[in-house]
Structures are given as C-alpha cells and as structure tokens.
Design a protein around this ligand. Structure first.
Ligand code: IVH
Length: 738
C-alpha cells in the first residue's frame, strides 16, 4: 500500500474507491498469508487493523463495490481449514495494559475507590509473567481432558484437541482430587528458545522454511493437521486462569493456580502475591531481571486481584476484566553495526533495501537483518528534501539501536551519530534493478503529485525476481485459470528451470520426463521434510513409478485448453501494474483485439509522453493505467516475452455480438449484491454482449435484477416494482455460459 495520506472516504470517487478496495483486498490477503500460513508477520497488528478499518469504511460508503473476495467478515484469526469451531462457554478475554509505574498505581487506586465502602478491606494481588505465546482453553469433564480450543476471536476458537494432547505439560487426566466436575483450564502455549533454535536447524538442514520467532512458530505448530508434527515441536504450557467451571477451584487466584499444579499442570514458578504498588513493581523488576535467562519469551507482568470474591464484584468492561492488568516491558533493544546495505527485489518488483547487521541478540532472537523500507527512510528525507518522521539517515558503518517488540519484525530506532565513521557517506539507492538491470523508477502518484516512496523495477515479465510471481498470477483463478497448475507447481517448475516465461508453460508438454521427475523429487523431499519435522522414520514410501501419471496428461490438457483465452482474461493475466480484472475488461472492450492493444502500446512507448495522442479517452481509465501500459511496452524484453507468448496463445477477439435471439436481448438488467462467478464489469460486458442494457439503479423500467448475497435496497425496490429477481446461477442458466 502506498504510504501517502489517505483521502477522506466521502471524498473518494467511485473509481478511486474501487481501486483502493482492490489494493486493500490484496494487502490484507498478503498480510493474512504472512501471518497465518507462513507465521511470519510483515506488518504490525496496528497497521493490519488500519487496513481492515479502511476497507470496511470504504465498503460502507460504496456498498455496490464490495468485492466477491472481500476480507470483511473473515475473522483475522480465520479458523484454519479442517478445524471445527468451538464456542467458548465463558469468553476468553484480553487484558488492559499498563506501561508505566503510574499506570499501575492508577489500577490499584481504581480498585481502592471501587471498594472504598468496605472499611478495612485489604485487596491482595498476584503478579506473574505474561507469557508471549497463544492462549488455549482446555475442558476437563470429571477430570478427563475432553476438548481444547484456541482463543480465536475470544468467543469462538478452533478445536485443536488432538494437537493439545501432544503437549507434555497438559495432563490427559487430572491428578489428585477435588477438581470441579467440569472446568476449563486456561493458559499459554509457548515454545522455548532452545526448541525454536533446534527446529530452525532441522528445517535448514533439509532446505525447509525459515521460522521467524517462537510465538508464531508455536502458533503454526498448533494449527498442524497432523498432530505428530505438533508433537515433534515440544511445545510447553503454563496454566494461569480458568473459564467455565462448576465450582471455584479455590477462594483465591493464587491458591487456584497452586491447585492446577496439584492436578498435573505446569505453572509459572514466578507467581507471587503482593499488597501494594511498591511490592508489585518490585516483583516486576525481579521478573524483568530474569527475563533473558528464562529461555522463553515473556512480554510483561500480569497483576490480578487475588480474592475471587473481589474479582467478581469488580467485574468486567468490554472484553477485559477490571481486576487485572498487564504491565508491559519496554520493547527489547540492542546496539549493533550496519555492515552493509543490500537491495532485495521483491516479487512485485519493489526494491527493498535491507541493512546487514553484526549479529545481535534481541530478546532471545538473533537479528542479522533489518528492513530499511525505502530510500527516503534511509535518507531521513522525502524526495523534496523535507525531513520525514520515521527516517533516520542511515549509512553503512553506522552504529544503530534496534528493537524487537513481540512478534513484530525488528526495526532501527536510532542511529548513534557520535559513533559514525568519518568516511561514512549517505547511501545512494541504485537506479537500475540489481537482478535484471532494467531501470528502477519511482512512480509519480497522479493523485497527489508526489513520487512513490518505493523504487520499482520496470522489467515486469523479464525480471527473474518478479517472474515467478507473475507466472503464478498468470495461471491463477481470475487469470488464465489453468486447472492443476497452481502456485506450488509454478514454484517447482520455475525452480527447476522448466518454466521461465509465460510461453514456457505451453511448452511444458514437450518436457514430459523432466516434469515427471520434478514432481517425483518434490514428493520425495516433502516426505523427507515430514520425517525430519516429526523425528519419525518414514513408513513405507510408495515408489515413484507406482504412481499413476494420468495426472500429467490432465495437466497438459488443461494448459492446452487455455490457448484461446478471452481477451479480458488474457490482458489481466499479463499482470501489468494497475491493470486488474476490471480495467482489463475495459481495455478488452476498448481495443477488441490483442494486436490492437499491442500496436497502441508500442506506439505510445515510441512516442514517449503525450499519452492521449495515442490512447483514446475512455471512461474509467485514468493516466495511471495508460502509463503502466506504455511502460510495459517500453521495455523491449517485455515485448519479446509478450510476442513469444503470442506464438503459443491466441486470445479471442472481443466481439460485441448483440445476439437478438438471446433471452435477455433488449431487456434492462441491474446487478446487485455479491457476484461470485464474475466481476461486476464482466457481468456488465456479458449482458451487453447479449443485447441487454445494464442500469445502475432499479426502477419500474428494470426488467431483471440479478441479486447476489448481501443485496440491499435495490432488491427491495425491485420487489416493490414487481421486477423479476433472479440469482447469479439463474442468470447463467438463462443466458447459457457464454
Ligand atoms: S490472564 C481474564 N495471565 O495475555 C484474564 N493472560 O492480553 C485472562 N497471557 O489472551 C488472561 N500470560 O494469552 C493471563 N499470566 C498470564 C498471561 C496471560 C500471557 C496472555 C493471554 C491473554 C493475553 C491478554
């Protein structure tokens, strides 16, 4: 997403809103993927929330633009496929936070005031480490562990019983006696540094994935479909609270947790009781001193009212108990030296500067790299030379303070100028892509007139750093939609050198033996990685020859079936910047043939500047699109790759055939709600092709309303006017899939 200030939602044009929603959907999906699938968050929780809030605001103002893949309503901690949901009998709450001693004093003071009528009442507190892991709720019935769940959104979590059973600190049957008939024990699942390090090493040995931090790795380990993988991760668990129970475990928090210990749970050895702010803070500092030698991440100290009777009386505010607070540690910091600044070219062509550091340990994790975001950040000034808030003037050789807060990636907080070497000169960002040599440019944002803060490689189809991503996009669902050739296979074929360009995809069938071998090798590797991760020897691996290779014929057939794609799909599949599905459809309608689009693109590139001397003025297509198209054709190597592709593929001409005999010819149609099989513009184009007129609002003149889920006022109006209302499926039945 751009770093530019956002417009007020009420000032957005429909086009801007559509564009932003497209970007937001992609950014949120990428963040979800990084967090949930890769367990390697790339943005902070606050940044993530900001994206979702902005998305919801725009959707609220432009309900007709809500995308079929809208992130709204999908819970952040989306239950992973395969886990059923569990509604917590008592919600799993979060904790209010305290950052300073005053915040803690305020907390105690609030308690005193609340209970002031009780003369002589002494409020006691417990103080214990705040473990940086994942909370889990474990239901015991008659002393037997029957169900375990993640926190989820606090009300509904995922059923991960089988995985939790593999954790040694969690008893399958409670020990001792005196447990309530039913009780949900709550606590934190976490991973020690030693275990984290060992897993990283095991993974590196088999060329597997890297793991970012213990917390996210613990999260990933708990979401495994195969409990033996969870078991191999040696997770730990501390019990510190409870949810639903048929009887209080004890009259006080402290005694309750001691009971948990008797029943067979691990509890934090650092829990103590205290009566005053001074005692609490003193214990906070004792825990802080031990922090680096505990062997696992903690990020603060939790204070809780000890007497359960007082907890009940003091009660809750939205989602938090009033009777507890988390006193957070300041983010851990360390000082180190910037050895070098290197440029990584991202999958979308962004040049991302990274500082290589002298390795330094921050909160149990060794940090060797830190992102430098973009050249303005490194310079500490924007392109107009004005100082920017987060920027630092970072130079090779500088000594810097870095910090790591929880699961957020490390960042530079300060440059120690008195330690700067005399010969350190300001860093110069390269103006060509270090991977493919194409020019790397900062684009002008037409809306703000400012340069984008990031530099981007212009070698779209030819830059190896971008090629794989571009190939994945090419075969993906909204694009050519080649069945059986998903992102994983593209990665594989790309890494084996079988597919380097888009055209190569259509030539795969000539390399059948190599494809077969690559697939076989991957299966073998996956089996080996599973073996390494679980520590168990493989059972009986089916030999590669046993496999049935009908699958390959199917794959090649699926590829061949896409040799004459719809023009709009093909244009979208090219993955040219700023040309999403909607824009691709408009371009297809504008140019009608791929030859015409190519000709105009080349002409614009040759002309340089003057976009509208070449390109027509089209409603809905701004200069950003035209520039992107021109820049694409301005790169000879892109053109070469494009032409190669056209030797394999012949996109259909976009013909507006007004078929008078279609069942919808001459009718006025309105689309509303979420369409699941086609984009709005596709729907419009299809209806027009079939001779229908598409209107934006419903009136007595409307003949058909195609209403998807979430249809609102238009549906109501249609019903009032007696307009025929059909579903998207019924629409397809009527027009035949065309
Ligand atoms: S008590 C009713 N105690 O912190 C209060 N929580 O910010 C329930 N956490 O979701 C929580 N260590 O995952 C409590 N010693 C501790 C904790 C702890 C870590 C986590 C827990 C919770 C989050 C709240």
């Amino acid at each position: 997403m751009s770093d530019l200030p956002l417009k007020d939602v009420s000032d957005l044009s429909e086009d801007e809103a559509r564009g932003e929603l497209e970007q937001l959907a992609a950014a949120i999906a990428a963040a979800d993927q990084a967090y949930h699938q890769n367990d390697a968050p790339e943005i902070t929780d606050a940044e993530y929330d900001a994206l979702r809030i902005r998305n919801a605001e725009i959707e609220g103002a432009f309900p007709e633009l809500v995308r079929s893949d809208t992130p709204t309503g999908k819970v952040g901690a989306a239950p992973a496929e395969g886990f059923s949901k569990v509604r917590h009998a008592v919600p799993m709450l979060s904790l209010a936070k305290a950052y300073t001693d005053e915040d803690v004093a305020d907390f105690i003071e609030r308690g005193r005031r609340f209970f002031q009528k009780d003369e002589g009442l002494e409020i006691a507190f417990t103080a214990e480490p705040k473990i940086d892991g994942l909370s889990a709720s474990l239901r015991y019935e008659n002393g037997v562990f029957v169900q375990g769940a993640t926190r989820g959104d606090g009300s509904v979590g995922e059923d991960i019983t089988a995985n939790l059973r593999t954790i040694a600190d969690i008893p399958h049957k409670l020990k001792g006696s005196g447990w309530p008939e039913t009780i949900e024990i709550r606590g934190e699942v976490y991973m020690t540094y030693a275990e984290f390090q060992a897993l990283k090493e095991r993974s590196a040995a088999v060329g597997g994935q890297d793991y970012v931090n213990p917390r996210n790795t613990a999260a990933g380990s708990l979401r495994q479909k195969d409990p033996s993988v969870t078991a191999s991760r040696n997770l730990k668990f501390f019990a510190y609270a409870w949810g639903f129970t048929t009887a209080d475990p004890a009259p006080t928090q402290f005694e309750a947790v001691q009971k948990f210990k008797d029943w067979g749970f691990a509890i934090s050895p650092l829990m103590e009781r205290a009566k005053s702010v001074e005692e609490l803070i003193a214990h906070y500092h004792r825990i802080e001193e031990q922090r680096s030698s505990l062997g696992y991440d903690i990020d603060g100290v939790v204070y809780k009212v000890d007497q359960l009777e007082l907890q009940r009386r003091w009660g809750f505010v939205t989602g938090e108990p009033r009777w507890a607070v988390a006193h957070k540690f300041p983010a851990e910091q360390a000082t180190t030296r910037v050895r070098d600044i290197e440029i990584q070219v991202g999958r979308t062509g962004t040049l991302a500067p990274v500082a290589r550091l002298d390795p330094v340990s921050v909160g149990g994790v060794t940090v060797v790299n830190v992102t430098l975001h973009n050249e303005d950040y490194i310079a500490g000034r924007d392109s107009n030379g004005l100082p920017i808030r987060e920027g630092k003037d970072i130079r090779i050789g500088d000594t810097v303070t870095i910090q790591r807060a929880g699961d957020v990636i490390p960042q530079i907080v300060d440059v120690l100028l008195d330690k700067r070497p005399a010969d350190a000169s300001p860093y110069e960002m390269p103006h060509t892509c270090p991977v493919c040599g194409s020019p790397a440019v900062r684009e002008l944002n037409e809306k703000t007139g400012k340069e984008d803060s990031r530099r981007r490689c212009t070698g779209e189809l030819v830059c190896p750093a971008q090629a794989m991503e571009s190939l994945k996009h090419f075969v993906s669902r909204g694009a050519l939609d080649i069945e059986g050739l998903g992102a994983e296979n593209i990665e594989l074929f790309f890494s084996k050198g079988l597919v380097k360009t888009h055209a190569d995809i259509f030539r795969l069938k000539h390399r059948r033996a190599d494809v077969q071998q690559a697939l076989a090798e991957r299966r073998e590797e996956q089996a080996r990685a599973r073996e390494a991760a679980s520590g168990k020897a493989r059972k009986n691996v089916r030999s590669v020859e046993d496999r049935n290779y009908e699958g390959l014929d199917k794959l090649f057939a699926a590829i061949d079936a896409r040799r004459d794609p719809e023009l709009d799909r093909f244009i979208f599949a090219l993955g040219i910047r700023h040309i999403g599905e909607t824009t691709a459809a408009v371009l297809a309608r504008t140019f009608s043939t791929i030859g015409e689009l190519r000709a105009k693109g080349i002409e614009a590139a040759a002309a340089g500047g003057g976009l509208h001397d070449v390109f027509p003025s089209v409603n809905g297509l701004g200069d950003t699109v035209w520039e992107a198209l021109r820049d694409f054709f301005d790169n000879e190597r892109n053109v070469e790759a494009f032409d190669q592709l056209l030797t394999e593929v012949t996109p259909k001409d976009y013909v507006v055939t007004i078929s008078a005999d279609s069942k919808v010819a001459g009718k006025t149609v309105v689309f509303t709600g979420t369409l699941e099989k086609m984009s709005r513009s596709e729907a419009k184009a299809m209806a027009e092709r079939l001779g229908a007129k598409v209107a934006g609002s419903v009136s007595a003149k409307t003949d058909i309303l195609v209403a998807g889920p979430g249809a609102g006022s238009k549906l109501k109006t249609a019903q009032e006017h007696g307009v025929e209302v059909i579903t998207e499926d019924e629409w397809f039945e009527r027009v035949g899939k065309s």
